[in-house]
Design a binder for this molecule. Sequence first.
Ligand SMILES: *Cc1c(COP(=O)(O)O)cnc(C)c1O
Length: 387
Amino acid sequence: MIGYGKQTIGKEEIEKIIEVLKSPWLTQGPLVEEFENNMAEFCQVKYACAVSSGTAALHLACLTAGIGDGDEVITTPMSFAATANSVLYCRGIPVFCDIKESWPVLDLNLLSKKITKKTKAVISVDYGGLPENYEELNHICRKYGLIHISDAAHSVGAEYHGKRIGSLADLTIFSFHPVKTITTGEGGMILTDDIKYNHLLKKLRTHGMEKNHEMLVQQGPWYYEMRELGYNYRMTDIQSAMGLAQLDKIQEFLHKRKEIADYYTQSFSHIPEIILPETLPDRKNAWHIYPLRIRFQSLIKDKVDFYHFMMNNEIRLQTHYIPINRHPYYQGLGYHAEDTPFADLFYQQEVSLPLYPDLSEKNRIKVVRLVKEFIRCSRKDIRKEKM
Ligand SMILES: *Cc1c(COP(=O)(O)O)cnc(C)c1O
């Protein structure tokens, strides 16, 4: 079975992890700091804070942005639920802004209309790995005094106006889940250029505790104190060892992902039932996923048929995403999927094709052949011409 995403692990990761197992550090130790420094350098940003998952990174980013009781945070419904959940963790209120018709990123004209006195922040998502319109979004955020948190779980290594993702929002978060650009098993990171944010993040990551020279002199060498309600969101040295080895290979991963995406785009470029992923000349896509949109309404078969057809041929597709306001939990809070019609339409059309560095040429060709075969055999008219 071929899935939509998969990690690429080599002997470098294995050797580096074994070294950690023989060292005195298992949990957060010197490799966490090394991983943070290397990531910060790669992303051209001042500070990085490694944590236990992308979700933990989102939670701490929201806390650091000061989201609390009743604060509104505008975000997209076309993301993984964790994006909006992080607002709920802080007792804030997620406000869903619909996506653009052409591509699942926040519709910024609509977003401006959703800003109220209670709005505190915006969480954008670089869907699929293509950076959001940072310039315009940051302009809006500055104008209304909002904090911009970028959920860049898809866009590690992507570029916007020649700059790597990491320093373009007030707080940027990454995920290192196995399907993402680089992996640490589970893991995440928050990047920022703000020293105060960084200080708070590091404290919140480990129970809100602080220990400094002054305290040790005044109270004694055992002393530390809890100053915030923090968590145990630490990353381990085992995970960081893996992250360091993965980061060494990131350019190769990004290159291979782009090569496969280009092959798909070229292969599907003249099929009227297919809407290709957006490409913009001022950004470099990290190609986390290949979101194919099919106009099923013009075919005699639907998305479920397509899934089964591919599954019968040993290809397991995925959908990114079920709009967050469609989930029962959010419906229970009073949200409606109908409030964001373009997100709902995108959901009806989208399927993510297999895309990961190790996907063989044979399998890429197979995916393309099957997609074309499905569409050709599902056309309403009898032409069913060859493609
Ligand atoms: C993967 C992902 C997350 C969550 O990351 P975890 O590391 O799995 O907690 C959040 N947002 C988006 C957009 C993601 O793709």
